[in-house]
Write a protein that binds this ligand. Structure first.
Ligand code: BG6
Ligand code: MG
Length: 215
């Protein structure tokens, strides 16, 4: 019997992953690096600064910027990302998510968010789904990001369930790897990207038989 749910945010609750990609693509282009969707898969689930480091290495420019300049680039990307989020409303919650969260509420199954995004509280508020989550792991408290299992173990603790009693939902390979290492039953949300190692793959949450999943 599963007793708790842990969700990634970007690409699982809402399609904000496309805004991250757009903001990074523009930032990279401003420093003459061309990003594509294949490389973008490697950025999913990874923190803002780690994403920037990967992009600079991808463009062969990892030695060209000081820490202060890198912080400035990361801030520029975030400002663009937050601007792209300005029109986000509950309409942007991915299909099947609201009814799934409602079923969890009816079944008294606590839900937590395990996202690398520092913007998670702001986005959940804009989506009007924050009430469904009893805990949002603060990424600033983590020693290591995904694919390390730390964020998922923290989320399980916060909702007082063991990882083996929990289900995790992820759209990124780093997230699926972290969930499996932590010992969660793992649901992968696929669009067009490859995702290896999940226990169940779905395109959207309403493909899941809720009672079968928890039993
Ligand atoms: C993750 C996204 O959820 O959050 C990454 O998959 C993103 O693409 C990371 O870089 C950090 O987000 P933010 O909002 O703190 O820059
Ligand atoms: Mg994601």
């Amino acid at each position: 019997m599963k007793k708790g749910f842990v969700f990634d945010l970007d690409g699982v609750i809402a399609d904000t992953a496309k805004f991250h990609y757009l903001a990074w693509k523009e930032l990279a282009s401003s420093i003459d690096i061309t990003l594509d969707e294949v490389f973008n898969e490697e950025l999913k689930g990874i923190s803002r600064m780690d994403s920037l480091e990967k992009i600079l290495a991808f463009g062969g420019k990892d030695k060209e910027y000081s820490i202060t300049e890198k912080e400035c680039l990361a801030t520029q990307k975030n400002e663009r990302y937050v601007a792209l989020l300005s029109n986000v409303t509950q309409q942007d919650v991915l299909p099947g998510v609201l009814s799934f969260l409602e079923q969890a509420r009816q079944a008294n199954i606590p839900c937590a968010i395990a996202s690398a995004s520092k913007n998670a509280p702001y986005i959940l508020d804009k989506l009007r789904v924050d009430d469904y989550f009893v805990h949002i792991v603060n990424p600033d408290t983590l020693k290591k990001g995904k694919p390390d299992p730390e964020i998922f173990i923290k989320a399980a603790k916060a909702i007082q369930v063991l990882p083996c009693e929990a289900v995790g939902f992820e759209d990124a390979q780093a997230g699926v790897d972290g969930l499996k290492k932590a010992g969660f039953y793992t649901v992968g949300i696929v669009k067009n990207q490859p995702l290896v190692g999940a226990d169940l793959l779905v395109r959207q949450l309403d493909e899941i038989n809720f009672s079968k999943l928890i039993n």
